[in-house]
Design a protein around this ligand. Structure first.
Ligand code: ATP
Length: 454
């Protein structure tokens, strides 16, 4: 059967299904092929495929067979533009959703392919993200729901979206019939507001309550947006009641998202909350090595001199997105000028990135980190109390301030509640000694240093 033929047949369905149904459900079906008695259609969302299959199969089969097309079954696939992956059985949307359009809400969610690159295979695992990765893997296996929701949180560019897409791809591969819905919290709000405006709340509720897996990215976005939070809360409860998996990402821990309603916060905290820590040197190097492999296909024959990747992993300590961007630029530049990627070319090509990442660590930042680490209040770190539980963290912070900033001893003293420079000197020496004799102290200081430098 040809597309034209389907176009003609389709018109006949107008009478049997009615104008509204026809417009909403039949017209968007794109005929693909007939094979072994199965007619395959492309549909914009999985939800739509399911709906048509449940409600209009008989009419469509009848129409096809009555017009000389021997078809026993219908099949629907979600259209995905992703070139290297099969069509995802998940609906996704671009990070920046389009401005409100006149499109009907509820019956279909704006679709876009999941990012083809964001798979488990391309995700490099290291200490900072191993727990998040393991949890994502577990959920992606699609077995019985053991923790609900899974909340992945972490700073900018640390791989939250990558992991979420990887889960969706994996679920799709393992269970093609599963209805996986991935969208950003912003898109959730946009859909909700549109449904309210167009009085299509029933459709909206039906859509969101009929998914098997709901994935909401950047949930911090709904903080302070009361009615969206309320709807999210109800959607959440309805799905949890049906034992459907929910996966959420946020840029910080649920407890730290301001203006998030308590009941939403406590729901998020009910499941497994795992964080993606800032990358460390080893992870950055691993990611760079893996990206180099990918670039080799595009730029065969380009060589990288020894030491360049190590240098980048050391110097670019911001997010992975910046790291990736730097490498892409390096390859493009090197291929353009026909040179090997060595230190000189790297310095030339990435001068601005390298400058920007020369991050200055402040004494205040150190104090904050150290007090968090030892679970004491910032005011106690700076204040006058001399009990060991405050004095030791204070000395660690002084030591790190001396090591990681260019502040003088008197300047550091001033920032620790106006202490004398000899006190600072004593503190720094004490930690130096302890690092030699106390393994725990050596580990603590190293961990803090890495976290601050990340
Ligand atoms: N461990 C990793 N291995 C491979 N690539 C990674 C890893 N972590 C992050 N990336 C890459 O870094 C880029 C940024 O990741 P992603 O978009 O997932 O970050 P995010 O945490 O969602 O950030 P944002 O809060 O800005 O949305 C992506 O291209 C992603 O593939």
């Amino acid at each position: 059967m040809t597309k034209e033929k389907w176009g003609q047949l389709r018109e006949n369905l107008l009478k049997t299904v009615g104008k509204n149904n026809f417009k909403t459900w039949i017209e968007p079906l794109e005929f693909a092929e007939v094979q072994d008695g199965v007619a395959l259609f492309n549909v914009p969302t999985n939800f739509m495929g399911n709906y048509v299959s449940q409600n209009f199969t008989d009419q469509i089969l009848h129409e096809l067979n009555a017009n000389g097309q021997p078809v026993q079954r219908l099949s629907f696939q979600v259209l995905a533009n992703a070139p290297t992956q099969p069509a995802a059985n998940a609906v996704a949307e671009p990070k920046a959703p389009p401005a409100a359009s006149g499109e009907a809400s509820g019956d279909a969610i704006q679709t876009a392919p999941l990012e083809a690159r964001f798979t488990f295979d391309s995700f490099v695992v290291g200490k900072p993200n191993e727990l998040a990765h393991a949890a994502a893997r577990r959920v992606a296996e699609g077995g019985p729901v053991t923790f609900n929701p899974l909340v992945l949180y972490g700073g900018v560019g640390l791989g939250k979206t990558h992991l979420m897409h990887a889960i969706a791809w994996e679920l799709r591969a393992r269970q093609p019939d599963l209805n996986v819905l991935y969208l950003s919290a912003e898109q959730f709000m946009y859909r909700f507001v549109q449904a309210l405006r167009e009085r299509k709340m029933m459709d909206f509720k039906h859509l969101f309550r009929s998914v098997d897996v709901l994935m909401v990215d950047d949930v911090q976005f709904i903080a302070g947006k009361d009615s969206t939070q309320e709807e999210f809360f109800h959607t959440f409860n309805a799905l949890v009641d049906q034992n459907k998996q929910i996966i959420i990402s946020a840029d910080r821990a649920p407890g730290e998202i301001k203006e998030l309603e308590d009941r939403v916060r406590s729901r998020l905290q009910c499941g497994l909350v795992v964080d993606l820590h800032p990358t460390d040197y080893e992870l950055r190097l691993g990611i760079l090595q893996s990206k180099v492999q990918q670039h080799r296909d595009t730029y065969p024959g380009l060589e990288i001199a020894p030491g360049v990747l190590e240098f980048l992993a050391q110097r670019i300590s911001t997010n992975v997105r910046v790291l990736e961007g730097a490498l892409t630029r390096l390859f493009a530049f090197a291929s353009l000028v026909g040179r090997e990627i060595d230190m000189e070319l790297t310095q030339d090509c990435l001068a601005d990135v390298l400058r920007a990442s020369e991050r200055k660590i402040t004494v205040e930042e150190i104090q904050r980190r150290v007090s968090d680490y030892y679970n004491i209040r910032l005011s106690d770190m700076i204040g006058p109390k001399r009990v060991r539980s405050f004095a030791r963290p204070r000395q660690v912070a002084m030591y790190l301030a001396k090591q990681l900033t260019s502040r003088s001893l008197p300047e550091i003293g001033r920032r620790f509640g106006g202490r004398d420079h000899t006190t600072v000197m004593h503190g720094v020496r004490r930690i130096e000694e302890l690092k030699q004799t106390d393994g725990q102290m050596a580990d603590d200081v190293e961990m803090l240093r890495r976290a601050l430098e990340a």
